[in-house]
Design a protein around this ligand. Structure first.
Ligand code: ADP
Length: 376
């Protein structure tokens, strides 16, 4: 190794380059001064480039800048050696450094070629600025539309609330007078009259259900409770309270996995379970309802599911059933107002989750919803 370096620096019988200039001071110092200046600039450029690469984060093609640094440093070194060989003929070393410079220059040139189309595709600062301004405008426009939408949603909700609330009173009046008519005149007028009164009474009852459901829907925001840590087991148990009659009548078997504690509004979560389990009983078909509530931990969230063995749903209607007033069955087949699943969706979304269904006609349905994990 030592021999190799000694050999590199040995000048053997070569003559110093100064001989070529016949040691003419004018030519010699002009060449030496020029080479020295070129070498200095060549060393300064990579230094500035290196500082730039370190400061500039996410610089595209940073490795190419490094390659440039090495290439320019080597170029500078050849000029230093040009000065050196004026007095000391270390031509072997000069040759070696020039060979290294050649290799790095070729590599830089070859690697530069495929980079050109990519570099051309990079946007100029002006283009980026224009795009940025375009995006800013879009954000402002979106904010404006969102504000309008929020406002109109609020007004709609208020309207639904006031309308359903104010309709309750006249409806109560209609219902009680129809009931009075039924009590007082049933069997005393002709059979047509009995039938008409029955229709009126049924209509008033359905309207009452619709108004109550609409009120419950519009209250989801206005009467929402603060979230707190609630026990899934309690929620599930309480949700079955109002379903006892339906469970008894249908012989439904409702089972469940151990349920976790979640952050939420217990009243709304009970209503969510009640709607889903109530539907699983209602849309049961001919089989005895087997309903199972399970839960699975996924990253950052709990995925709850309510599975039944009922009539199932055609996948073409999966999106529609979560829209308010959308029903897939006529009133005489299954009673209902078409608000239940819209309520479920709103509750789940208020809790930061998603709701969806998987099903095939005749093969039961499984409703899934997610609730973020506590602390997630
Ligand atoms: P409603 O039950 O009052 O009609 P929902 O919003 O609760 O309103 O449900 C919308 C529709 O989704 C129902 O009309 C029914 O066709 C369908 N559906 C809901 N749950 C089930 C279920 N478990 N099995 C089959 N169909 C269902």
């Amino acid at each position: 190794m030592i021999d190799f370096f000694r050999n590199l620096l040995s000048s053997d019988s070569f003559m110093p380059h100064g001989h070529c200039f016949l040691w003419d001071p004018g030519v010699l110092w002009l060449t030496v001064a020029s080479d020295a200046l070129i070498a200095l600039s060549y060393y300064a450029i990579p230094l500035v480039l290196f500082l730039f690469i370190r400061k500039k984060k996410n610089l595209p093609f940073a490795w190419m800048f490094f390659l440039f640094c090495v290439f320019i440093l080597l170029c500078g070194t050849t000029h230093v050696l040009d000065v050196w060989t004026v007095w000391d003929p270390a031509y072997r070393l000069l040759g070696l450094v020039k060979a290294a410079t050649a290799l790095v220059s070729i590599a830089t040139a070859v690697l530069l070629i495929p980079l050109i189309p990519k570099a051309l595709a990079l946007r100029s600062p002006e283009e980026l600025e224009a795009k940025n301004q375009e995006l800013q405008k879009e954000i402002v426009e979106r904010d404006r539309v969102k504000k309008l939408l929020d406002q109109s949603n609020k007004e709609l909700q208020q309207f639904a609330y006031i309308a359903s609330h104010d309709l309750q009173e006249p409806l109560r009046m209609v219902s009680s007078y129809v009931q009075l008519l039924q009590k007082k005149y049933k069997g005393k007028l002709d059979s047509d009259a009995d039938e008409y009164i029955e229709f009126a009474s049924d209509g008033a009852r359905r309207m009452g259900n619709l108004i109550n459901d609409l009120l419950a829907y519009s209250r989801l925001e206005s009467q929402a409770k603060e979230f707190r840590l609630v026990d899934g087991e309690n929620i599930f148990r309480n949700s079955l309270r109002d379903l006892q009659a339906a469970i008894k009548e249908s012989g439904a078997v409702v089972t469940h996995d151990p349920l976790p504690r979640v952050m939420g509004d217990d009243v709304q979560l009970e209503s969510l379970f009640q709607n889903l389990i109530g539907n699983a009983i209602k849309y049961r078909g001919k089989k005895t309802p087997q309903i199972h509530v399970s839960v699975e931990m996924k990253p950052g969230e709990w995925v709850f599911s309510v599975r039944d063995n009922g009539i199932g749903i055609d996948p073409g209607y999966f999106g529609r059933i979560f829209v308010i007033f959308q029903r897939l069955h006529a009133r005489h087949e299954y009673s209902g107002t078409g608000i239940g699943l819209a309520v479920c969706k709103k509750i789940v979304e208020r809790h930061g989750g998603r709701i969806w269904v998987e099903s095939e006609p005749g093969k039961g349905a499984t409703f899934y919803f997610t609730i973020p994990e506590v602390g997630a």
